[in-house]
Structure formats: structure tokens, C-alpha cells
Design a binder for this molecule. Structure first.
Ligand code: KIV
Length: 272
């Protein structure tokens, strides 16, 4: 694949580390389908994450656990077809990499072969290190994910802020270093105290992308449907809404329903 697309340079993992070096913040958003990914890519985003949050956002599940590898591949390949510039990362879903590093590698290989994405992301530190190492040994770039890891929601019990206590904070720093030493190109830190996230970003040389992790990290990620205000039910403190698309779409649909009922639509010009 060409490193240059039109007059905008394709984002690579190498480019992300250069951005960290020169202090340029990294922007990342989720996308799960072709149409949204096209808009996001053309808006100058650096990284598109095909997150397993598709399980909640696209399929209406309560957690990320039910989404399957086949479903992630469907979302990933739809997104990749739309993208010219951003780096595309696809989440390894729950059950496709934990506990068996050979299965982890075959899941990651399926994602790379069948979606043509640039990298995979997985959750956890020391517990998944063998899987991380095996995937990396096949030349597949890996993004880590620490802090609040939604695939472990049944272990945590709540979606509250992680690593507030010293022991958990210490483990998080150790896990981040393990992932960096293994060769991960970046780590997502979700819902941890800003001071801890900043410390990790300062101590590590790979980019740290935060979500609910304050401004002292190397970049930010949000779920697209949350920041666009399509999903109204989810309002954590870290979420900044840039639009109220729920209301806009609802208004447009209401107008359409009214026009159909009143036979205002279609008019003569809209007919053959
Ligand atoms: O699945 C997802 O959308 C994520 C982000 C919240 C980082 O992992």
C-alpha cells in the first residue's frame, strides 16, 4: 500500500511515534461502517479505531463481550474500504486472544488478512503478554489498552475510574512498561486519574492515547456516536459532545413522516 495518498500522507505507526517526539497530539475516533469512516477520514483524523464498542453502539448489547471475531472483521473491512489516510486499528474481541496465544495469533491474522487494517488492539497487561508477543512476532502491530478494560467488566463490576489505589496504579505502570518492552506501538489508557496517565505518558516513549485520562497524554480517543450526540444515554464526565445528532436526525425523520402523510412528498419535480 502506498505511503502517500493524494497530497495527505498516510498515517503509520512510525508517524505516530514521530508525533509524540515533537509533541503533536494524536486524534483518534471510532468508526464501524463505510459511510461514517469516510467522513471521519476526510476530516483529518490520525487514527480510526474499529472498536468492540460496536457491540454496544451498533448491536445494542449491554457490554462488549458478545461481539464476535466475524462481526469485528465485517466492521473492519467496511471501514478500511473508506479510508485513505488514517491508521486503522481493529479490536480483537473478547474470547479471541485471552488464555491461548496461538488462538490470539490466528485471530489477529484473520483480522489483518480479511480487513486489510493496519493494526490490532487488545486489552490487558501481564495476563495477555504471551498473546501480545506471539502476535508481534508475526509482524502485526499491536496497540495495548489498560485502565478500564470493558471486556473485564464482570471482574470489575462497574465502569468507574480505575487505578485510584496505589497497588492498582503500580500494576498499571508495570503493565504499560511490559507492553512497551514487548513492542506495542501505542497504548490506550481508559478512565484513570489524569496524574497517573500523565506519568505513564512521560515515562514511556510510545504514544499514550487517553479516554477519560486527562490532557497530559499524547492523544485522545472518543466513541464517534457519543461525541456526535447520537447516543444520548451515555454521559460520563470525560465526554465532550460536539453535536446533538440525535435531535437533528429525529427532526429530519419527523419532517419526512409528515411530508409522506400529507402527500407533500414526492412533488411533481421529484416524480418521473
Ligand atoms: O471499543 C472502543 O471503542 C474502545 C475505545 C473506548 C478506546 O476501546
Amino acid at each position: 500500500m502506498s505511503a502517500i495518498t493524494g497530497d495527505r500522507k498516510r498515517v503509520t505507526t512510525h508517524r505516530l511515534s514521530e508525533m509524540k517526539l515533537r509533541g503533536e497530539k494524536i486524534s483518534m475516533l471510532t468508526a464501524y461502517d463505510y459511510s461514517m469512516a469516510r467522513i471521519v477520514d476526510q476530516s483529518g483524523i490520525d487514527v480510526i479505531l474499529v472498536g468492540d464498542s460496536a457491540s454496544n453502539v451498533m448491536a445494542g448489547n449491554e457490554t462488549t463481550l458478545p461481539i464476535t471475531l466475524d462481526q469485528m472483521i465485517y466492521h473492519g473491512s467496511s471501514v478500511v474500504k473508506a479510508v485513505n489516510t488514517a491508521l486503522v486499528v481493529v479490536d480483537l474481541p473478547f474470547g479471541s486472544y485471552q488464555g491461548n496465544s496461538k488462538e490470539a495469533l490466528s485471530s489477529a491474522i484473520r483480522i489483518m488478512k480479511e480487513t486489510h487494517a493496519d493494526a490490532v488492539k487488545l486489552e490487558g497487561g501481564s495476563e495477555v503478554l504471551e498473546s501480545v508477543n506471539r502476535i508481534l512476532s508475526a509482524g502485526i502491530p499491536v496497540m495495548g489498552h489498560l485502565g478500564l478494560t470493558p471486556q473485564s467488566i464482570h471482574k470489575f463490576g462497574t465502569y468507574s475510574v480505575r487505578a485510584k489505589e496505589e497497588a492498582e496504579a503500580k500494576k498499571l505502570v508495570e503493565d504499560a512498561k511490559l507492553l512497551e518492552d514487548a513492542g506495542c506501538f501505542a497504548i490506550v489508557l481508559e478512565k484513570v486519574p489524569a496524574s497517573l496517565a500523565e506519568k505513564v505518558a512521560k515515562e514511556l516513549s510510545i504514544p499514550i492515547i487517553g479516554i477519560g485520562a486527562g490532557s497530559g497524554v499524547d492523544g485522545q480517543v472518543l466513541v464517534l456516536h457519543d461525541m456526535l450526540g447520537i447516543n444520548q444515554e451515555f454521559s460520563p464526565r470525560f465526554l465532550r459532545r460536539y453535536h446533538n445528532l440525535f435531535a437533528e436526525i429525529k427532526g429530519a425523520v419527523e419532517n419526512y413522516v409528515q411530508d409522506v402523510k400529507s402527500v407533500d412528498f414526492p412533488n411533481k419535480k421529484e416524480s418521473y
